[in-house]
Design a binder for this molecule. Structure first.
Ligand code: G3H
Ligand code: ZN
Length: 277
């Protein structure tokens, strides 16, 4: 059974655990992430971004997750990552996703609040938590702001959370998407945000951030850490290496099985390490 997002956050809080949220792209990644979390006996989210829904539709992903979860024991939620439209939020909730993110960070403060509010009213009826983003996360997103301009302004946090109705808040504190730019985490800023935020916080761009730093963030209301690139690398490398060795390589089945094992191991290692196991 896919676990409800509110229940997953409550469970993690009770057990003092950080929840990783691993991005999936396709069937193999989905299976590997679920197996990895299950191997570690630790809870977490599997998530898919609005952009990726063009490749794998919400119903297909939800069916896959439900199917793979039949043989697992650890609590796992299914989350819409960087939800770009109300339509995507509705499609995912209707398909059985158990939490969503509304990423309206590219718009102004008021429009961001409006977009989150609309989704929250819909989602809360179904008991689904909503993550919002204040400030913008640099890297692959369409946010072309400078490092300083992107960061979350602590002075806006309380009003944003109260008026938008979001249940968790993704912050911009020097974290970046992807592996090209090196993240420079501003811990004093995170501390300031944590002091005023009425809701738990979320960190995007987990790949490339030191584990010690991530473990420290638990003291500052951090509850969910997104990992995308690290897992995609583990997947892609499997095929890249095989092709380098043999340009006539065509064993898609064998390599896909190997890729699943590599992603599974990476997910298992990550959830253990961020939780100090
Ligand atoms: O929403 C997805 C994450 O923020 C992924 O970031 O690819 O840098 O780990 P990452
Ligand atoms: Zn992200």
């Amino acid at each position: 059974k896919i676990v409800n997002g509110f229940d997953l956050f409550a469970y993690a809080k009770k057990k003092n655990l950080l929840l990783p949220a691993f991005n999936t792209t396709n069937l193999e990644m989905t299976k590997a992430i679920i197996l990895g979390l299950n191997d570690a006996h630790l809870p977490g989210f599997i998530q898919i971004s609005s952009n990726n829904l063009k490749l794998s539709d919400p119903g297909m992903i939800a069916d896959l997750v439900r199917d793979f979860l039949e043989n697992t024991e650890t609590p796992i939620g299914l989350h819409l990552d960087h939800g770009k439209s109300f339509e995507d939020v509705r499609r995912c909730v209707d398909a059985g996703f158990t939490s969503v993110m509304v990423d309206a960070s590219a718009y102004g403060f008021e429009d961001n609040i409006r977009a989150v509010r609309r989704a929250a009213e819909y989602c809360h009826f179904y008991d689904i938590p909503v993550e919002a983003e204040l400030g913008a996360i640099r890297g692959k997103e369409d946010d072309n702001c400078s490092e300083a301009d992107c960061k979350t302004d602590p002075a806006l946090v309380e009003e944003f959370v109260d008026r938008s109705g979001c249940d968790t808040l993704a912050v911009s504190i020097g974290n970046v998407h992807g592996l090209e730019e090196i993240p420079r985490i501003d811990l004093p800023l995170l501390k300031e945000i944590a002091e005023v935020s009425p809701v738990p916080l979320v960190l995007h761009g987990g790949s490339g951030i030191s584990f010690e730093l991530i473990r420290n963030m638990k003291t500052y209301k951090m509850s969910k850490i997104n990992y995308g690139s690290d897992l995609r690398q583990a997947y892609i490398k499997t095929f890249g290496k095989a092709y380098e060795v043999n340009h006539k390589e065509a064993d898609l089945y064998g390599l896909s099985m190997k890729a699943v094992e590599n992603v599974r191991q990476t997910a298992c290692d990550l959830v253990r390490i961020i939780n100090g196991f």
